[in-house]
Design a protein around this ligand. Structure first.
Ligand code: ZN
Length: 375
């Protein structure tokens, strides 16, 4: 048997692999050591043989509650992802595998590789409405890329979408891929109606360094980008620095920051009720947007989520709060589960890339519902 994580977005350390029944693994923390939960590795072995994989440092992970009722994602063909029998016991995450082929890839969630990110950018740029722009370099000298969909009409609403500030939340970029496919589909009436009224500014991957390094939550300097929006710096958080500069230059009428949540088995929004600038118009837009998304996606719900901030008490270092305060616009963090949607469980796949992509389509319907009222 052989285990490796020496590839794009890989993460695992082999502690002991002498015994098939008790393979001992550990997740390598993000730079700086504060966060870990993302794993992504390949196991090669004997077809038909059973392996019990123990992630022995699971109890020290960033969100131990994330392991409860969680099933690890796996694939043989790197196209179709399914879930493996997994349990959290005695502080270890225990994954059972019976090999059906020579090699299996196992991950916290279906990865969205840096190569696929490049493929996505290349695929969309051939569309006449798409312009790619280089916002700047990350600390590891990767490109931070903005996808603009639209024209030069200044009267149109400016819709910003960002994904993967937290690089292990790969479902966020799957959502963006689904959203872009839909938005660029000339036969899609929702997209045509939206593009008549709005231009889109999309950053499909806010944290390419963390993504390639196999981090859960931070960039190459170990910085949580979603706590940097009030005072980003080129030294610590160039990704946020470049995006906020561009936002100030272009303006923002709607912001949608896409994430995954380790603990809650639901799709939900976190709004900006707690920002000092919150007003009646923002509240009314929020209600309309939530109502429209409830209709557009049966996977979305509004019962479970984070506690709403008290008025004036929002943390303005968080992207959606900072944007709401700065631009007084409709601004949300969207959260998808790593586990499954408990309202509509799928025991084979759990929450999946496909479902994330459908939610991207549905998000456009909700945006269309409010687009006339944004400005
Ligand atoms: Zn997140």
């Amino acid at each position: 048997m052989r285990i490796t994580a020496n590839f794009d977005g890989g993460n695992i350390e082999v502690i002991n692999q002498e015994n098939h029944d008790d393979v001992q693994l550990a997740i390598r923390p993000d730079e700086g050591g504060e966060f870990y939960q993302w794993f992504n590795f390949k196991l090669e072995g004997v077809v038909g043989a059973k392996y019990t994989l123990n992630i022995i440092n699971a109890d020290g992970a960033s969100y131990p509650k994330g392991w409860e009722n969680y099933q690890a994602a796996a694939t043989y063909d790197r196209q179709t992802w399914f879930r493996l029998p997994t349990r959290y016991q005695d502080g270890k995450l225990i994954i059972d595998v019976q090999l059906e082929c020579d090699a299996i890839q196992i991950a916290y969630f279906a990865p969205y590789s840096y190569e696929r990110h490049q493929d996505l950018l290349a695929a969309v740029q051939v569309h006449p409405l798409v312009t790619l722009s280089h916002l700047g370099e990350t600390l590891d000298k990767r490109d931070l890329t903005l996808v603009k969909v639209g024209d030069d009409d200044e009267e149109k609403a400016k819709i910003w979408i960002t994904a993967r500030q937290h690089p292990g939340e790969t479902m966020a970029e799957w959502l963006v891929e689904g959203l872009l496919n839909n938005l660029l589909d000339g036969d899609c009436p929702t997209a045509k109606a939206l593009l008549d009224k709005a231009n889109f500014y999309i950053v499909p991957n806010m944290n390419p360094d963390g993504s390639a390094r196999g981090h859960l939550r931070t960039n190459a300097a170990g910085v949580n980008l979603n706590r940097e929006w009030q005072s980003p710096s080129l030294a610590k958080s160039p990704e946020v620095f470049h995006v906020t500069q561009k936002m100030k230059q272009i303006g923002v009428d709607l912001f949608y920051d896409v994430h995954g949540d380790e603990g809650l088995p639901y799709v939900f929004l976190a709004g900006c009720e707690g920002v000092p600038a919150y007003n009646e118009k923002m509240a009314s837009l929020q209600t309309s947007f939530v109502d429209a998304l409830l209709l557009a996606s049966a996977d979305f719900q509004d019962k479970y989520g984070y506690d709403k901030d008290e008025p004036g008490k929002a943390n303005l270092t968080v992207a959606s709060n900072w944007v709401a305060q700065e631009f007084q616009c409709l601004s949300n963090t969207l959260e998808m589960p790593f586990k499954d949607n408990e309202n509509m469980p799928d025991p084979i796949s759990g929450w999946s890339p496909e479902r994330s992509m459908y939610l991207g389509e549905a998000s456009l319907v909700a945006m269309l519902a409010v687009v006339d009222k944004l400005r």
